[in-house]
Design a protein around this ligand. Structure first.
Ligand code: GTP
Ligand code: MG
Length: 208
């Protein structure tokens, strides 16, 4: 397995509080409740490393997990982010989070892979369109990181409904001019579907 060991490092709340070591990092981005923390656990093969909840707003900091510490290869950070567009947070806090996120995406040198999670049951929400817009904008002049998409919770959708979400996501990708290449996959943290596909996305970052 690629994951020999995992350690929680820190919860960052601003650019100045993120780890300073130059390890490559993968960030799981998306709206509240989309399944970021659940996917961290699935990808790392740990049941309850990242805390999940059916109530949105569970993850409140940029939670850094260090994978394969001290080994010769496959050492990286996986970042479980707070949900964007979390309606219950007060507006001052929301503004702060949006600003921090913009800084992170534009300035974080260690960022290699920006993984945007979209709810495979619900489909695109305004927050997703904002994330896509930002990703497309920033990646025009920055090539530090690649953009990838994951449709989560696909166990909740079947057949035609699933195809419709996929098609609308691809329309938006085209509209905003996001460069995803073939970096779009579908996952279920419930059935563990898509774990190998997720590693196909992470592999170029983890083992360059
Ligand atoms: P915040 O930290 O609040 O931003 O949420 P999050 O994006 O980290 O979501 P989290 O992983 O906490 O999951 C939210 C809810 O969705 C939990 O009740 C999970 O059990 C559920 N969930 C996550 N992934 C899946 C999935 O693949 N299938 C199903 N059926 N439920 C899922
Ligand atoms: Mg979370």
């Amino acid at each position: 397995a690629l994951v020999k060991d995992v350690r929680f490092v820190t919860g960052g709340v601003s650019m100045g509080t993120l780890p300073t070591d130059p390890l490559p990092e993968v960030a799981f981005v998306g709206r509240s409740n989309v399944g970021k923390s659940s996917l961290v656990n699935m990808v790392l093969g740990r049941r309850a490393l990242a805390y999940t909840s059916k109530t949105p707003g569970k993850t409140q900091q940029y939670n850094y997990f260090l994978i394969n510490e001290g080994r010769d290869e496959g050492v990286f950070h996986l970042v479980d982010m707070p949900g964007l567009g979390y309606a219950q947070a007060d507006s001052k806090k929301r503004k702060e989070w949006v600003r921090f996120f913009g800084e992170y995406v534009r300035q974080r040198q260690q960022l290699r892979l920006f993984v945007h999670l979209i709810d495979g049951e619900i489909g695109l929400l305004d927050t997703d369109l904002e994330i896509m817009k930002l990703a497309a904008e920033v990646s025009k002049d920055e090539c530090r990181w690649q953009y990838a998409l994951i449709l989560t919770k696909v166990d909740k959708r079947k057949g035609k409904a699933k195809a419709n979400v996929y098609a609308s996501v691809m329309d938006a990708v085209e509209k905003f001019g996001c460069d995803i290449g073939d970096r779009i996959i579908q996952t279920s943290a419930r059935t563990k579907l898509g774990r190998a596909d997720a590693w196909r996305l992470l592999r170029p970052v983890v083992l360059p």
